[in-house]
Design a protein around this ligand. Structure first.
Ligand code: GAR
Length: 213
């Protein structure tokens, strides 16, 4: 299956970034675009489900379009309906979950089929869920890393676009390991966006492969 958001007329692929907190992955994407390392994409909107999220304040400082859709106390379907409407209103082609700490409803997934990327701080399928870096550290793995994948109906599960691996050092603690994984995340997300935005890929089963033109 070819699943390309790249547009024939070479208009930039419009990103909708969803975040809940710190926003360092969002900032790394924004910086890749600004520095010209990530071409053919633009940030259409940054959406936070938390009004106090640092990432939201950073988006405002950068003068990017941002929206707050507070999710607390709302039914998932209702909140997601608003998020879908917001992303559509901003003509988003590709949704990037960047520390967005919410499960997506089936309706959200169906609204953007193979158009939602997520980043996770482990080499999936190892250590899905919360505190993946700590899980990996406590388990005693010798190699870990991060994964950018398409979101699907299961947690931290969809088709893998990019992974980056690092060794776990004997001198590491859970904190230093998480820091080094985060540095890889900041590279991996832009790499994954570039690959998806190029449109030059196919999904064969669970495999994301370069399309032979
Ligand atoms: C990142 O480490 C990201 O991989 C993780 O949340 C952090 C967000 O940081 N996401 C998950 O664990 C999702 N399962 P950021 O707000 O600085 O980008």
């Amino acid at each position: 299956m070819s699943a390309a958001p790249a547009k024939a007329g070479r208009d930039p692929v419009r990103l909708g970034i969803l975040l809940s907190g710190r926003g360092s992955n969002f900032l790394a994407i924004a910086e890749s675009i600004r520095a010209g390392r990530l071409k053919g994409v633009e940030i259409a909107v940054v959406v936070s489900n938390v009004a106090e999220a640092d990432g939201l304040a950073k988006a405002q400082e950068l003068g990017l379009t941002s929206e707050v859709l507070v999710s607390k106390g709302r039914k998932r379907q209702e909140h997601d309906a608003d998020a879908i409407a917001c992303l559509r209103a901003h003509r988003v082609d590709l949704v990037c979950l960047a520390g967005y700490m919410r499960l997506l409803s089936p309706e959200f997934l169906a609204a953007f089929p193979n158009r939602i990327l997520n980043i996770h701080p482990s080499l999936l399928p190892a250590f899905p869920g919360l505190e993946a870096q700590e899980q990996a550290f406590e388990y005693g793995v010798k190699v870990t890393g991060c994964t950018v994948h398409f979101a699907d109906e299961h947690l931290d599960h969809g088709v893998i676009v990019v992974q980056r691996a690092i060794p776990v050092l004997e001198s590491d603690d859970a904190h230093s390991l998480a820091e080094r994984i985060l540095a890889e995340e900041h590279i991996a997300y832009s790499e994954a966006i570039a690959r998806v935005a190029s449109g030059e890929y196919e999904i064969r089963g669970r495999r994301f492969v370069k399309r032979i033109l």
